[in-house]
Design a protein around this ligand. Structure first.
Ligand code: UTP
Length: 235
């Protein structure tokens, strides 16, 4: 049976500070997907909204009091980013689904028909981390890769606390103690792992790998189940 992999790809990864890093990152992403397709793997890529999601939500926030409406703006941004990845992969001949699914059920269905499926958000009330963990459960993956822009899960925010301690391995309940479990974040708010995603992983006994997605070697090792630099969370 084909290996099934699901990756939550943080939206910030598409827009690094320097243009040069962006070209390198896209080149490495394409190479990795060609390799995975060659291995006969099925890959679901759930892309985050990054800066356009935050900017859109910020612009509307003064005029829109309902968080769910703001979430819709974030979802639209995630789908633009998913379309960028989808078209880039399609251009080099990868068998990527031509549709951006709006539910994890549809995403899993498309994964049965195509080597790669790209999608963004689904419904208000969670982030693309939760979508990715839901897709992993739906598609029969044993876990989900969270590719973000920090190298590890820390005991506190390393951008605010220089003494933050990182973890190479955690249990799901330890991750829940750090990130929270089940409580939705405000529209556009960020956490290393969305508490709703932690809840789904707990319910479905899925493992998680949190990895710095700016480093494609780490990301590929995590996807292939090899030793990787990052945080491994066991169910
Ligand atoms: P992201 O998944 O991009 O949030 O969704 P994030 O954790 O900040 O990730 P990155 O690193 O920027 O990619 C952006 C916003 O879109 C809405 C939420 O408001 C979220 O904060 N959203 C996204 C939903 O409401 N539902 C979804 O399924 C996905």
């Amino acid at each position: 049976m084909a290996q099934v992999h699901v990756i939550a790809l943080g939206g910030s990864l598409l827009r690094p500070e320097e243009e040069e890093s962006r070209e390198m990152w896209f080149g490495q992403l394409k190479q990795m997907l060609v390799h995975l397709e060659g291995l006969g793997a099925k890959v679901g890529i759930v892309v985050g909204g990054g800066a356009p999601a935050r900017e859109g939500i910020e612009i509307a926030r003064k005029h829109v009091s309902d968080e769910r409406r703001l979430d819709e703006i974030g979802i639209a941004a995630t789908r633009i980013n998913a379309t960028i990845i989808q078209q880039v992969l399609s251009q080099i001949g990868i068998d990527v689904a031509p549709e951006i699914p709006h539910s994890t059920e549809k995403g899993a269905e498309l994964m049965r028909e195509h080597a790669v499926v790209c999608m963004g958000g689904t419904l208000p009330g969670h982030t693309t981390d939760a979508v990715a963990v839901g897709l992993a459960a739906e598609a029969g993956a044993s876990g989900c890769i969270i590719a973000t822009n920090v190298p590890y899960v820390y005991d506190s925010d390393p951008r605010e606390n220089p003494d933050a301690i990182h973890f190479e391995s955690l249990t799901m309940s330890e991750l829940g103690d750090i990130c929270g479990v089940g409580e939705p974040l405000a529209a556009g708010a960020s956490a290393v792992v969305d508490p709703v995603a932690v809840q789904i992983a707990m319910n479905d006994s899925l493992g998680l790998a949190i990895v710095d997605g700016r480093d494609m070697e780490r990301l590929e090792n995590a996807i292939l189940g090899q030793r990787f630099k990052g945080t491994l969370v066991t169910p």
